[in-house]
Unconditional design. Sequence first.
Lengths: 156, 483
Amino acid sequence: MFVLLRHLQGVRREIALPSAGPRGSLALRHVDAGSCNGCEHELTATANPYYDMQRFGLNIVASPRHADMLLVTGQITTRMVAPLRRAYEAMPQPRLVAALGDCATGCTLLGDRAQLAGPLEEILPVDLRIPGCPPSPQQIADALLGLMRERAGLSN
Amino acid sequence: MSSGEHLSVAALAPARLEFVSPSQWRAACERQAQAGGRFCGLWASNGAQGLQVSAVFATLGQDHVLCAVVPSGVIDTLVDLFATAGQDEREAHDRFGLRFDGHEPMRPLLAHPVEPEAWTVPVHSHDAYQVAVGPIHAGAIESGHFRFTVVGERILHLDLRMFYKHRGLEVAAEGRPLTDGLAFAQRACAACAVTNTVAYAQACESMLGLAPDLDLRRARTLLLELERLYNHLHDISAICAGVGFAPGSMAFAAFKERAQRLNRRLTGHRFLFDTVALAAGRLRIGEADARAAREELRALCEEQRAVWRELCFAGSVQDRLGEVGQLTRDDAIRLGTVGPPARAAGVRHDTRSESPRLAYGEFVAAAPEQPGGDVAARLEMREVELLQSFAILEQMLSGDLAPGAVKSLNTPASELGVARVESPRGETVCIVQSDGDTIGRFHLRTGSYANWPAVARASREGLLPDFPLINKSFELCYACMDR
């Protein structure tokens, strides 16, 4: 165990984000509405020791009832429209919606039109767009921290 | 592991296509299996000849495809011969209306009827109750629905309802030029992007009578192993998270991050997107970059070995792994399980050892020390395979890499291409049927698709709170399944 903990201590020195972030917190609920799993991998990676987003108060919470922001990934499939709406309706207000990745932002459409419900902004009001295919953990972190700074009235 | 410049033309020949009448379909499939053919998928299509059903059987020499034109829309089922055909037949039923005589009850796979009776196995008991999970899960993971029937904490049965992420990628690809198909294969799944695109390219190339040269085989082998590397590191991290062991989970998440950064340095993309082309190579790595990559991989290998040893001696981790989520060897064979979960259950099969279109040479499938088919064996399988991948990567990066090209085999062009490629999750089968210069039918049967029934089987009789761990020990893609 000592070897492992010592190893981890070494890893933490390579954190890529500034150590001073905005104050406060943002509880995130992720909904995969038809992604290729790339955005999920990168969103999960924001918690790895290189980025460690939790230290800025950015946490992925288990229920939309505990969330400030809905992070939606993927081209919205017809089968995920209803679960997505229900998750949104379950959130306390005020609430935010982020489109994570090129699919959710509507930049790429690849699939059978009959199976796709259209871009996210036609289904829910979108407050933040995070482009990329998929956006890297750094880009995701930058976008979320930027939004937190903006809302706290801080300049970037 | 010599790469063998001399390729046997027979091994590279396109799949042998045999048409049979609907009345002979079942007997012909049975004969293929008796002759040693391994069932690797069934699909329906609706082309110029009308409604068709086809099945592919893998043999050591040349893959065999049986095809029957079904004007009546009804054909004998194969599900009692090959349990793994169950999902394929349900998909063919839902997409093409094909009916399979003897497949009772025909539960929907793509279709999502509301009533649970239509898609769950009925359980009559005073004590049993159902637990519904998903499609949205608590973590940052993909969408899919699990319906558990449990008594107390013990799982009696698990019904999977997938296809929430069905984007109709196969339908959308049809009618487009062959080169366009790569984008659809890649979009099916990010974590299997290389496997799916290599499988698609190989299917097309075998159909066109083309074979990759040594450079192209080396480049694709390198990409496939880079993909396996970051996926296996991720899987070990996920299993550690599944038992609540944060130090192990974080250490391997950091290794995965390094592997993905290496991907970006070598190919420009963390998930190796757009690195595979049809009938051509795209990857060029200079001598200096290859050397730097080799050094990084050696360091990564050594460091992950040290952390792996720590995991082996962490009692709180090891105590949670044994005899959990057990899949017997018999069940793995019966269900057509592929990849690390099958090998962890004692099935010595790895498509890499039968890949003449890649540079695996004399590759031999790995096995864990105790192929018990439980979470412990599946975890160990990842580590054993990581060591293989590091060795292959070292070999592929031994000098500079040229993009490579294809050469003609001078065999008559076919209208059907079949490719089998080992993804991090198991054998992926890609089918391409051409319609002139365009895609007539494109079908992807991924390792995840083949393995989801094994997740349901391995969870049975287990504890409901163990399910996340069991699920993570398979770590299958939903996107690959749903397409």
